[in-house]
Design a protein around this ligand. Structure first.
Ligand code: FMN
Length: 351
């Protein structure tokens, strides 16, 4: 494998999504073998207990690497979690030149276009043909599947659980601190940044921006929470945009095992790339599923709310664990601001 091919593959990996744009990946080459590791300095916050968010991001990155490799004529022999006592080592990929891999891999064309869009409202519909295409991509990875709340009661139940989780992110001081620590207010409202969330990508309306920025102070958040601010924020950040979007689905995994979360990340990425090829906009909502898994420990007063999230999700998707909701629809234009990425050399062994 030449240097250019290795660099092209890694550039695809780096374009993957990650919670709060944390980009928690490290790469190391030994010959043509590529190791994907979780970056200890960019993982392990409270919502990332047991590396759930990092494993999802690692899965998405892994899928980009594999799809890009295939489009360049290389098949990937994959070993996941190769060493049990090294919890940061997610995968080793052994690349094999494969003459059958040299046809165009359609998903590869979407890797650099895919992005998160937090604006609304979006047009529709998300047709059953499109749903089938997205389902097919999810099922390419053994384990995960998509659940589509179809009937009004199902959609209502899904909206309720997402709103409750998003509200909790503003009510719990621990989750509030984590949420605001990822927002880079220092870059202002008109620029983007290479790591973390630029305010410009959050779709906060201009008149609301000064208030939103003030909410990062715990004392201010706690005072406004006495007036119901968290609930309004949960409504504005989740309930309203989802209500005004034609599509909603939930990524479901069969167990809480890390291998299944990683597979969930791979499936998430395939679905998102296919959605991008279809011209769909996507916003993930991960709080309900991740908090509902039961690994995260926050203030005792909110611990009951976490377990209720888990039960509500179990009821919704019948079997398995709902992990990430995806809001889908057709935006009139691409967002003008997209999250940036760090310089390739900062991910480790960049050829
Ligand atoms: C596991 C995971 C969880 C995410 N959770 C959310 C979320 O709850 N809300 C949201 O708006 N974006 C969420 N995102 C999107 C990320 O913030 C986004 O991927 C990152 O900022 C990079 O931006 P990009 O997708 O435009 O490349 C999530 C992404 C991943 C991979």
């Amino acid at each position: 494998m030449n240097r250019q091919t290795k660099a092209d593959i890694l550039r695809a990996g780096i374009a993957a999504p990650s919670a709060d744009n944390s980009q928690p990946w490290r790469f190391a080459w030994s010959g043509d073998d590529l190791d994907l590791r979780i970056d200890a300095s960019r993982s392990g916050l409270v919502s990332d207990t047991r590396f759930v968010l990092s494993d999802l991001a690692a899965g998405a990155c892994l899928e980009n690497l594999i799809v890009q490799g295939r489009s360049l004529g290389y098949a990937a022999d994959l070993q996941t979690f190769p060493q049990h006592d090294d919890e940061l080592w997610v995968a080793r990929i052994r690349w094999r030149h494969d003459p059958e891999c040299d046809q165009v891999e359609p998903l590869a064309g979407a890797i650099q276009q895919r992005h998160t869009d937090r604006r609304f409202p979006w047009g529709g519909p998300v047709t059953s043909d499109t749903q089938t295409r997205l389902n097919t991509q999810a099922l390419q990875i053994p384990g995960p599947r998509l659940y589509w709340p179809q009937t009004p009661p199902e959609r209502k139940a899904a909206l309720k659980v997402i709103r409750q989780a998003e509200t909790l992110r503003f009510r719990s001081p621990t989750l509030h601190a984590e949420l605001f620590s990822s927002i880079r207010f220092a870059v202002g409202w008109h620029s983007v940044c290479e790591e973390g969330l630029a305010p410009a990508t959050l779709a906060v309306e201009p008149p609301m921006r000064p208030l939103f920025q003030m909410l990062r102070r715990p004392a201010m958040m706690s005072m406004l929470n006495r007036l119901g601010a968290a609930s309004v924020l949960g409504w504005r950040s989740a309930w309203l945009p989802i209500r005004l979007s034609p599509g909603l689905c939930l990524l479901v995994i069969p167990s809480k095992a890390r291998a299944d979360v990683l597979a969930g990340g791979r499936a998430l990425q395939r679905v998102w790339l296919e959605a991008t090829l279809d011209g769909l906009s996507v916003q993930p909502y991960a709080a309900a599923g991740v908090l509902g898994l039961g690994f995260v420990s926050i203030e005792p007063a909110f611990q009951g709310a976490l377990s209720r999230l888990g039960s509500a999700l179990c009821e919704l998707c019948e079997s398995g664990y709902g992990l990430v909701f995806l809001r889908l629809g057709y935006a009139r234009s691409a967002p003008s601001d997209r999250s940036g990425r760090r310089a390739p050399a900062s991910f480790g062994d960049f050829p």
